[in-house]
Design a binder for this molecule. Structure first.
Ligand code: LLP
Length: 393
């Protein structure tokens, strides 16, 4: 039997980052916030590749972290600890201690119990961290239900009940400084009206905060600006102008309060793509499958959210005839599919395919499932194993 050799010797799959696009994106943000009291903290969860982090840190952005590991990695990459904000519904004591010992800028708190734990640990360490209350504004982000966070039904933020209870506990909380408010209503938001609605809610909430807790010295509006997955070349730079203008307009009545943003996807998504090789082309009566060497382990978004990324054949030959393919990965899950009925120039074993807009939530969400080799910055598994054998007499 004749076995066709792979046409390309390229060592796929790999994440390809175009640093010119990243630099242009960072410049676009900087030019849109110039002259304002606006501070952008890069949400590290979107992509924790060290080279990307260092580049963003060098441009004087802050960092938004959601774990102790992210805080330590941000500091290693050159982010100023004072520019780090720390969010998350389930911070462990160890992670809180990391935040406290590094004296980071702000801890965004999401439950009353968490606030008490931070206060207790801060007392032990003799520090007085700045705290922001993450409130759930009940604003509809008009995005995919799995990446919507600002509705009453979502697990994020202090509930109204807990906010009221906090007011009774204030006198006991002597080792923390509650000075900020934090919001984040969801991700991949492309309708600016959603952010305008958020501003309206924020302006309603601030007087209550100031009346019951004290002066507000920091407002964090979260992240969430979406990108164009359909046309990554035409719209490589997200609509930062529309986004920041919405906040300039919506928060004009706020004077002397710095506004913090936690942007992730909009900073890094368009600079990255996933390059993968065709292992096999399989034909049935009514379908062609292109089986790739990357799968949901390298890009989980389509399997998890049904998200659509633009798929292209790299170095396509103009004489290639277009065909329709289900572009699938090698993982033993039917959901391991990057796209169905995708029109592409004819594919052959060894061709390289590019999956676009993979700079955000691809590498950082990669997995080792199916014994996959780690590519890129893949983290070592953090969770240890405990084995037990029960012997019955
Ligand atoms: N701040 C907080 C508190 C967040 O939870 C997030 C994202 C961000 C900021 C950054 O949001 P961005 O600007 O990137 O939209 N894995 C999903 C996205 C999950 C977003 C989680 N939180 C995806 O692949 O679409």
């Amino acid at each position: 039997m004749c076995t066709k050799k792979l046409k390309s010797m390229e060592n796929t799959p790999y994440y390809f980052y175009d640093l010119d696009v990243l630099d242009a994106t960072l410049e676009a943000i900087k030019s849109n916030i110039m002259g304002e009291s606006f501070y952008v903290h890069y949400a590290i969860k979107a992509n924790n590749n060290m080279e990307i982090l260092k580049r963003i840190a060098k441009n004087n952005f802050g960092a938004d972290c959601v774990s102790g590991w992210e805080i330590e990695t941000a500091i290693e990459a050159g982010f100023d600890p004072q520019s780090i904000v720390f969010a998350g519904v389930g911070k462990t004591d160890e992670e809180i201690i990391i935040a406290l010992t590094h004296k980071i800028g702000m801890i965004n708190c999401e439950s009353l119990e968490e606030i008490h734990v931070i206060n207790q640990l801060a007392t032990q360490l003799n520090v007085c961290p700045k705290i922001a209350l993450r409130l759930n504004p009940n604003v509809n982000a008009l995005t995919h239900e799995k990446i919507s966070t600002g509705l009453a039904e979502n697990k994020f933020g202090l509930t109204v009940l807990e906010f009221k209870a906090l007011l009774n506990d204030l006198s006991e909380l002597n080792s923390i400084d509650i000075t900020g408010l934090h919001f984040h209503i969801g991700s991949q938001i492309t309708t600016m009206d959603v952010f305008a609605n958020l501003c309206e809610r924020i302006l309603e909430i601030i007087p209550e905060f100031e009346q019951k807790i004290g002066p507000l010295t920091s407002l964090n509006v979260g992240g969430g600006l979406g990108i164009d997955y359909d046309q990554p070349d035409l719209n490589a730079i997200p609509d930062f102008q529309g986004y920041f203008n919405t906040f300039k307009k919506g928060l004009t009545s706020l004077v002397n309060i710095p506004v913090h943003f936690e942007l992730g996807r909009s900073i890094v998504a368009q600079c990255g793509s996933l390059r993968t090789k065709v292992l096999y082309v399989k034909r049935s009566e009514n379908k062609n499958f292109a089986v790739m060497d990357a799968g949901m382990t390298e890009l989980m978004r389509p399997a998890l959210y049904g998200s659509v990324h633009k798929i292209e054949k790299l170095n396509a030959d103009p004489v290639d005839v277009a065909q329709f393919y289900d572009v699938v990965g090698p993982i033993c899950e039917s959901s391991d599919c990057f796209g169905k009925d995708i029109r592409l120039p004819e594919l052959h074993r060894g061709d390289i395919v590019t999956i676009r807009s993979c700079g955000a939530y691809a590498e950082s969400m990669s997995l080792r499932y199916n014994g996959r080799e780690a590519i890129g910055n893949n983290l070592k598994p953090k969770v240890s194993t405990s084995l037990r054998m029960l012997k019955y007499a």
